[in-house]
Design a protein around this ligand. Structure first.
Ligand code: ZN
Length: 202
């Protein structure tokens, strides 16, 4: 039997006791991601920074390091070199917020960072708790395309055989029965060298 991610999440939620749910009040921001050629754009980057009350520069440095690409800010937007999958960006922003923003005692985002010597301390303005920021920045394992995984993509072209094509990481993915420009959720069926075959699941 198969469950989609949403229903799995809902099932997991149902199993979380009430007192844990209470800590969950902060809703993670939704990055609006789009692609301009080979550039990945977070359209609402400055809005996210404002909302979590952190410096754009700091978030940017974190994301570049974690994603392993270069980037720059462009007005309210953030640009990254290459096509970074939206799921990876979402995960990294969430990781940033968990590490540098949310109080681990009360779960609120009303915090600020202070340097004590060489150590960065996260201080909570809501409950007074503080903790050192252990930015044990884990190397990303996310974007690697693998069989059985699903991805949100936009079909970029059509092959000679008439299948839709999209570039994911270092793979060219063929998706039958799609048209150029259509946004679809695909599931990877098979990978062969730098080529992958997928079908539309939504
Ligand atoms: Zn707190």
């Amino acid at each position: 039997m198969e469950y989609d991610y949403k229903s799995l999440l809902e099932r997991a939620r149902e199993k979380i006791p009430e007192n844990v749910k209470a800590h969950e009040r902060f809703e993670m921001p939704n990055p609006q991601i789009l692609y301009e050629g080979n550039i990945t754009v977070i359209r609402n980057f400055a809005d996210i920074a404002d909302r979590i009350n952190r410096e754009q520069r700091h978030i940017m440095a974190y994301l570049m390091k974690e994603i392993g690409t270069s980037g720059n800010m462009d007005g309210r937007r953030a640009l990254f070199k290459g096509r970074v999958m939206s799921r990876q960006i979402e995960n990294k922003i969430n990781d940033y917020i968990k590490t540098f923003v949310l109080c681990s005692e009360c779960g609120k985002p009303d915090t600020h960072l202070e340097k004590e010597g060489r150590i960065l301390i996260l201080k909570c303005d809501a409950c007074g708790a503080h903790r050192p920021v252990t930015a044990v920045i884990t190397k990303t394992t996310e974007p690697v395309v693998s069989e059985g995984k699903t991805y949100d993509v936009m079909i970029e072209g059509i092959s000679r055989r008439g299948d839709g094509m999209v570039r994911l990481d270092r793979y060219t993915v063929f998706v039958p029965s799609t048209t150029k420009g259509s946004k679809v959720k695909i599931k990877i069926e098979k990978i062969s060298g730098n080529v992958a075959f997928a079908h539309v699941v939504e």
